[in-house]
Design a binder for this molecule. Structure first.
Ligand SMILES: [Zn+2]
Length: 353
């Protein structure tokens, strides 16, 4: 099978022919039909996670995976409801199944977990074995395309979990302003979930690229603000003009740059709630006194669990999720990783096989 593999940091992926991987008896072999390209893939190649996740090369990146069931292991129970030829998406973050977090369903947080896309056999290859518990079947009667399904497993999932945290914190509702900060691969989905989950809040998209902000507007943002080169006071004036509010009550930060976090907290209202899902920067640097004195709440939110993804699949089947996609040929992976690194891609790039 074809695979695009990392043989070291800061080198292009090597596109090569490798053996189809073996599978365990409780696994399902997936024929990958599409793999989303995440900024994280470029960061993985660049060594961003080097201190947190030791790697043994070669590594095949690609953690946004949609495919078709090719072979089913003999210990996979019938109740898994899987048949050869089924269309499936792969849940990221495979836990050990024994810890408190796994038992609560948050296998992506497991301390002894495996993440597809950070090991030997993953999305940038034609086949991968997946433990049956981490597959969600997508009914083919909805005619969802592989390239639409793959990004739902991260870009279309991560902001959903983040916005659920805002909702569960009671931060959303009419007369509240919800900011979506950063309109890249995640942000284009975040705007849609902001409208779906925010119970009438005003949704404002903040970004630095008019073309990306136009996508946010098309997907339901009530207002968009281009922050490029603007001071906080200028941004606040635009916010006031657009919404009649000079502050935001809640924010989902899909960029995660040091500057976006600083901007978001500078605009945050007293008792406001902020959730970070983006990972561009490396540190959080915000003033402490307003954080304490104005009772800000700050959530980290990582990827999504099985149930989060199931909910997303239902929304997709109901036709409630729109996609801005760029189909990428396998041979063009490296060129597109470079474009991703530069923030040049509108929406999500997806490798299709
Ligand atoms: Zn665990």
């Amino acid at each position: 099978m074809r695979a695009a593999r990392m043989h070291g940091y800061q080198q292009p992926l090597v596109l090569e022919d490798v053996a189809v991987p073996d599978m365990a008896a409780d696994e399902v072999l997936i024929n990958v039909t599409a793999a989303g390209m995440c900024r994280t893939d470029a960061q993985l190649v660049d060594g961003y996670f080097q201190d947190y996740q030791p790697l043994t090369f070669p590594i095949t990146p690609g953690h946004e995976i949609a495919g078709v069931v090719d072979k089913i292991g003999r210990l996979v129970p019938n109740t898994a409801g899987l048949t050869e030829g089924d269309q499936v998406v792969v849940v990221g973050g495979w836990g050990d199944g024994t810890c408190r977090l796994c038992q609560a369903g948050d296998t992506q947080l497991c301390g002894h977990g495996r993440w597809p896309g950070f090991g030997p056999y993953r999305g940038y290859a034609e086949f991968l074995p997946v433990p049956y518990a981490y597959l969600i079947r997508v009914d083919t009667k909805y005619h969802l395309k592989a390239e639409e399904l793959a990004p739902l497993t991260d870009a279309g999932l991560t902001p959903y979990r983040g916005i659920k945290k805002l909702r569960n914190a009671g931060a959303l509702g009419p007369d509240r302003v919800l900011a979506v900060i950063g309109i890249g691969g995640l942000g284009a989905y975040a705007v849609q979930y902001a409208k779906l989950l925010s119970s009438g809040a005003t949704v404002v998209a903040f970004g630095r690229n008019d073309e990306k902000l136009a996508v946010a507007q098309q997907y339901g943002a009530d207002h968009v603000i281009n922050t490029k080169g603007k001071s906080i006071d200028e941004i606040r004036r635009e916010l006031l003009q657009a919404t009649d509010h000079h502050e935001i009550d809640a924010a989902v930060d899909c960029a995660g740059a040091e500057e976006t976090i600083q901007m978001g907290f500078a605009l945050l209202a007293t008792a406001g709630t902020y959730v970070s899902v983006g990972l561009v920067g490396t540190r959080i640097n915000i003033p402490l006194f307003p954080f304490v004195g104005r009772e800000f709440t700050y959530h980290g939110s990582f990827w999504g669990n099985y149930n989060d993804l199931r909910e997303i699949v239902v929304l997709a089947q109901q036709g409630k999720i729109k996609h801005t996609l760029k189909k990428v040929r396998f041979d063009d992976i490296n060129e597109n990783l470079a474009r991703l690194r530069d923030g040049d891609i509108i929406g999500r790039a997806v490798v299709t096989f």
